[in-house]
Design a protein around this ligand. Structure first.
Ligand code: HEM
Length: 154
C-alpha cells in the first residue's frame, strides 16, 4: 500500500538518471547526497590529522611513500614544514565543522527525515534545496583545492 507521501513524489518513469539522482530536487536523494559528501569530508579531515600526528611521532623525519606528493612548499624532501603543520590543523578544524559535522547533523537528517515526519511532500523550496547542496559541494571542493595554491591552504 503506498502512502500519500509516496504518491506525492514525482513519477520516477518520467525522470532521467541525471534529474533523478544528480540534480535531484527530491529531499531524500538530497539527504543521501549530503550523507556521502559529508562522510567524504570527514574522512579527508581525519587524514589531515593523521599527517599531523605523524609529524609529532617522528619530528623531522620524511613521511614515507606519500611525503613527496605535497611539494617543496609544504614538505620539502617529505619533511613537514611548521607552516604546513599549522595549515593542516586549521583545515582539519574548518573541514570537520563546516563540511563534516554540520552537514551530517542537519542537512542529512533534516532533509531525509523531517518532511517524512511532518508528512510534507518535500522541502518548501526543493530547487533552492538542490542549489544549496551543490553550493556545499562546489564550495567544499574549492576549499580542498586550496592545497594546490602557492602558499598552501588556510
Ligand atoms: C575523525 C576523527 C578526528 C580526529 C582523529 C581528530 C583529531 C584531532 C587532533 C589530534 C587535534 C589537535 C591537533 C593539534 O593541535 O595537535 C584536533 C583538532 C581539532 N579538531 Fe579534530 N579530530 C577528529 C574529528 C574532529 C571533528 C568531527 C571535529 C569537528 C566537528 C573536529 C574539530 C577540530 C578542531 C576545531 C580542532 C582545532 C583545530 C585547530 O587547531 O585549528 N575534529 N583534532
Amino acid at each position: 500500500m503506498s502512502s500519500a507521501h509516496d504518491q506525492a513524489h514525482h513519477d520516477p518513469h518520467h525522470q532521467s538518471f541525471i534529474s533523478k539522482y544528480i540534480f535531484s530536487t527530491d529531499h531524500k536523494v538530497i539527504g543521501i547526497q549530503y550523507l556521502f559528501m559529508s562522510l567524504f569530508f570527514l574522512f579527508f579531515g581525519f587524514c589531515l590529522m593523521l599527517l599531523m600526528r605523524w609529524q609529532i611521532a617522528y619530528p623531522g623525519h620524511p613521511l614515507p611513500i606519500i611525503g613527496n606528493l605535497f611539494g617543496a612548499d609544504s614538505m620539502p624532501g617529505g619533511v613537514m614544514l611548521p607552516e604546513f603543520y599549522n595549515q593542516l590543523g586549521a583545515m582539519h578544524g574548518t573541514i570537520m565543522v563546516f563540511l563534516g559535522v554540520v552537514p551530517l547533523g542537519f542537512a542529512v537528517f533534516g532533509n531525509y527525515l523531517i518532511p517524512l515526519q511532518i508528512g510534507a511532500k518535500d522541502m518548501a523550496f526543493p530547487r533552492l534545496n538542490m542549489f544549496s547542496y551543490w553550493s556545499f559541494f562546489v564550495g567544499g571542493l574549492l576549499m580542498l583545492s586550496s592545497f594546490f595554491l602557492p602558499g598552501g591552504p588556510g
